[in-house]
Design a protein around this ligand. Structure first.
Ligand code: 5GP
Ligand code: MN
Length: 347
């Protein structure tokens, strides 16, 4: 059993006593994050119809258009856009569920409000080294995604209490799992296929989800991908690494929309010799760092040491504060030092 039955029971009890619930996601919300929020909201609303007054979903920054097909995604509040409403909802919440992040700092401007709140606080997450949550921490790293963990959690609770899991929850959690595994490529466990099988059996429209996520690029996004591969990829052969830099002028040239570079960082790993891939994206006031590994190198530790971030062993991210022209050389220097220290890499 993936979720401890006592924890599942505590989760049920906390939610059955909650009138106003807030579900919070992380900065730069991805498919796993939004899938968790919409899936969990549908499940709470259908499971506790007599007691629930409101279930709100709040994220600290905007999320890509291609996730708006998820049932209920249009109700997700974006903190900087809906600041006063979000503040009220957080202040009035009696339960807050944090999903798909391991540390309140990942909610940026919302972190202070969340930590000040007197609500019951629950964590449902799959990242290593989670912050201890005072009331309930449901954290497993040996699952594909927070959405998969949430699936096993609501399945366990529902079967114990004779509840049924709504169709919309299945659609959302399946999408979250599918996006976080990069369409069943990474971090797939036997339990992941079991989840997929159970959800497929329930008749969820996998073809539609596949189409919405994988085959709905804009023309500009597709051309940007070509540009990045042809002209922006730099090889660090001795380090078995490759980098790509997406600067502000390229973004403008290709009419960049939020989420357009999703998945680009995985592409250099298709090259046989490349074991580490890095994507640097120029943002407002900082450079977003995305790292992937297909070998033994822990990009989680690499990000913690040099890139002001963290994540999973093979997928991690962070931030840099330096001119965009300097990031590739900085990356090369840091990776070389890291591999020498860890002694498990190419050098
Ligand atoms: P992505 O490269 O897709 O943005 O992020 C991959 C993973 O890295 C995420 O699942 C998340 O766990 C982690 N991550 C991304 N950005 C940050 C960050 O700024 N700080 C931390 N601690 N983790 C991050
Ligand atoms: Mn995730």
């Amino acid at each position: 059993m993936i979720v401890d039955s006592q924890k599942a029971e505590s989760f049920f009890r906390m939610l059955s006593e909650s009138k106003k619930t807030v579900i919070a996601g992380h900065f730069n919300p991805d498919g796993d994050c939004i899938g968790c929020l919409t899936g969990m909201r549908s499940w709470i609303e259908s499971s506790f119809p007599g007691s629930v007054e409101s279930v709100s979903m709040i994220v600290p920054s905007i999320f890509p258009d291609y996730l708006h097909f998820l049932p209920g995604a249009d109700d997700v509040l974006v903190f900087p856009k809906d600041r006063s409403r979000s503040k009220t909802l957080i202040a009035e919440a009696d339960t807050i569920i944090c999903m798909d992040f391991n540390n309140l700092a990942r909610t940026e401007d919302m972190a202070g409000l969340l930590s000040e709140s007197n609500a019951v606080k629950i964590l449902v997450d799959h990242h290593p080294s989670p912050e201890a949550f005072p009331d309930l921490t449901i954290s497993e790293t040996e699952v594909s995604s927070a959405s998969e963990l949430a699936w096993w959690l609501v399945s366990e609770v529902s079967s114990r209490h004779g509840l049924s899991v709504p169709f919309d929850t299945k659609t959302s959690f399946y999408t979250g799992m599918m996006t976080d595994t990069n369409n069943f490529c990474n971090s797939v466990f036997p339990s992941t296929f079991l989840m997929a099988s159970q959800i497929a059996e329930a008749g969820v429209d996998r073809d539609k989800i596949q189409m919405e996520i994988m085959n709905s690029f804009s023309q500009q996004r597709m051309r940007l991908m070509g540009e990045m591969l042809l002209n922006r990829m730099r090889m660090f052969n001795d380090l078995k690494a490759a980098t790509m830099v997406l600067d502000a002028s390229t973004k403008e040239r290709f009419d960049y929309r939020d989420g357009d570079s999703e998945g680009f960082v995985n592409l250099p790993l298709k090259i046989k010799e490349v074991e580490i891939s890095a994507l640097f994206t120029q943002g407002d006031g900082f450079i977003k760092v995305s790292l992937r590994s297909k070998g033994a190198v822990s990009v989680n530790r690499l990000c913690r040491s040099y890139f002001n971030g963290g994540g999973h062993e093979r997928a991690a991210g962070g931030r840099l504060y330096m001119p965009i022209e300097q990031v590739e050389d900085y990356f090369g220097k840091c990776l070389r030092e890291f591999l020498q220290k860890e002694g498990n890499g190419a050098v």
